[in-house]
Design a binder for this molecule. Sequence first.
Ligand code: FAD
Length: 396
Amino acid sequence: MRTEVAVIGGGSTGSSILYHLARAGSPSPLLIERGPAIASGQTSRSTALVRTHYSVPVVARMALLSYRFFRDFGELLPGYTAGYRETGLLIGVDERSEGSVRENLQMLRQLGIRSDFVDMEQVKEIEPLLDTSGFSAVVHEPQMGYAEPSTTAASFAGAARALGARVLTDTTLIGLSKTAEGYSLSTSGGEVEARQVVLATGVWSGPIFNSLGVPLPMKPVRHPVAIYGRPQEFQGIRPTVFDFPRSAYFKAEGQNLLFVGSMESELDASSPAADPDSFDEGVTYEEIEKYSEWTANAFPIMASKGRYERGYSGLYDNTPDQQPIIDELSDFGYPGVRCLVGLSGHGFKLSPEFGRLMASLVMDGRFDDYDVSVFRLKRFETGRLLKSKYSLSTIG
Ligand SMILES: Cc1cc2nc3c(=O)[nH]c(=O)nc-3n(C[C@H](O)[C@H](O)[C@H](O)COP(=O)(O)OP(=O)(O)OC[C@H]3O[C@@H](n4cnc5c(N)ncnc54)[C@H](O)[C@@H]3O)c2cc1C
């Protein structure tokens, strides 16, 4: 099989890249996914929050453009859906983080992002059941919601197919070698010739980079999610809550569930690297106890009327500054092989922009809308890391 561009990995990243390549006129781009279906990896475990509150300006900008894409998904990809639902976001902060949040809001406003402090009376109107006693201030970001992650990836891949792209599932990339015309990919389904290659292999990227001799500073870290049933009084569409003092997030899912997860930076710093093919995919008793306490404190009604339903764990592909690696591996002898990995637990919401910028890099050799060179691998050698204003995991 021959192709101009082979994209490896059919999660939200690879599927969006495939779609944007096909839409930009790349002739029959090919997606290679080792699982039985699109979104066989971490995308299917995502809580899929789509927010614009970031503190690294270029990431905030990517988040804003991606948010607009999710909002308009059905118009941009007629006949397909991301299952996007707008809920708004409340961010509760304390004295330790209020200053940096205040500074950050100015930057966000300049980018056109609606995110501002609201008084406690307004918070009560937006979410009457949230206990605000631990917060010195609360930010409201109305333009925030969540999507259905597997559906989003499948929609990107489906729309790409309709434009002539090809998708191979149950096919694993084993290795690649240079040819006169590009690369020969050795896969579990046979050889594939490609002029250019994009690696969007998430937490499974380690062995591929190793085989290429490219150092990859990425650690797969296990992140549990506990799911609670909400009582009658707490049902319906509600805002997501980021609780900075507790380093917790609460996502009111659908009609009556509450997904609870951690934004503790210690979790990313001190957790051992997980094996993506063998890790504890459940939630431990201690984790349930801790998340239940957070939940009962943030929403007192949950203490008496909420109930623990179930839980699961997924993996973040963390880099040292918790921002993606977007690069071409030409410095390592692989011109035309690019990567978009190391998304550090917040890559779903950015998938539309990932696709747009990578399609431009592949097809034009450049992307001019903003500077993506800040995401290059060499930043970890030169120490020019992307700096967040917050000390929380994933907030960036
Ligand atoms: C619990 C949890 C909650 C999250 N919440 C959010 C959130 O609220 N908002 C947000 O923006 N992000 C969130 N994220 C992060 C986000 O989900 C991920 O960054 C994103 O989905 C990763 O997509 P991906 O396509 O890069 O990786 P994946 O979805 O993991 O896709 C990589 C694909 O590559 C395939 N693959 C790997 N190796 C090979 C090979 N050799 N050959 C062929 N195929 C291969 C895999 O099978 C896989 O399907 C969360 C993640 C987790 C785990």
